[in-house]
Design a protein. Structure first.
Length: 165
């Protein structure tokens, strides 16, 4: 039996996202072969730049619609003051909503640095988040900038080729 594992943030995990749900029964004394593969950072700065540009466009639209954030929240839950909805608010909101948590309960992140409390989202996770947000924005009438030569469009084209094969 052979499985491939990736070393991610000090843990060995199956290299295929679908394999994470696959459990292997190993009998005492049974030997299994394991190839350990270091997973490269799935993120790129250009993909993140596109996401952050979308978050800025989303935040501007939401602020124009009157969406606000509290300045602070008292211990009793009372919200005090208001400020306009900003890019970082949109980023936190939609990252949490679309990327969620991995199988171990770690928050998936766009970050390109390693952390013990978060796990880097895969390219597939990032594309899912972007596609989901693009659809949400269309439904809300928010126009997002999508450059034809962006990494997002290149990855979408690769997906199209993969589906046709």
């Amino acid at each position: 039996m052979r499985i491939k594992l990736c070393h991610i943030q000090g843990k060995f995990v199956p290299s295929d996202d679908d394999a994470r749900a696959f459990m292997i029964d190993v009998q005492e004394g049974q030997v299994i072969e394991v190839d350990i593969v270091e997973q490269k950072n799935p993120g790129s700065q250009t993909l993140l730049n596109t996401w952050m540009m979308w978050m800025q466009e989303t935040a501007q639209h939401m602020a124009w619609q009157g969406v606000t954030m509290p300045l602070y929240i008292r211990s009793n839950g009372e919200m005090v003051g208001k400020r306009a909805f900003e890019q970082r608010d949109a980023h936190e909101l939609f990252t949490s909503q679309y990327l969620g948590l991995d199988a171990d309960g770690l928050r998936k992140t766009w970050s390109r640095t390693k952390s013990t409390e978060e796990i880097q989202a895969s390219v597939g996770d990032r594309l899912f988040a972007m596609d989901t947000h693009k659809q949400w924005a269309i439904e809300k009438g928010i126009q997002l900038t999508i450059k034809k030569d962006s990494q997002y469009m290149k990855l979408k084209a690769e997906q199209g080729e993969a589906r046709e094969a």
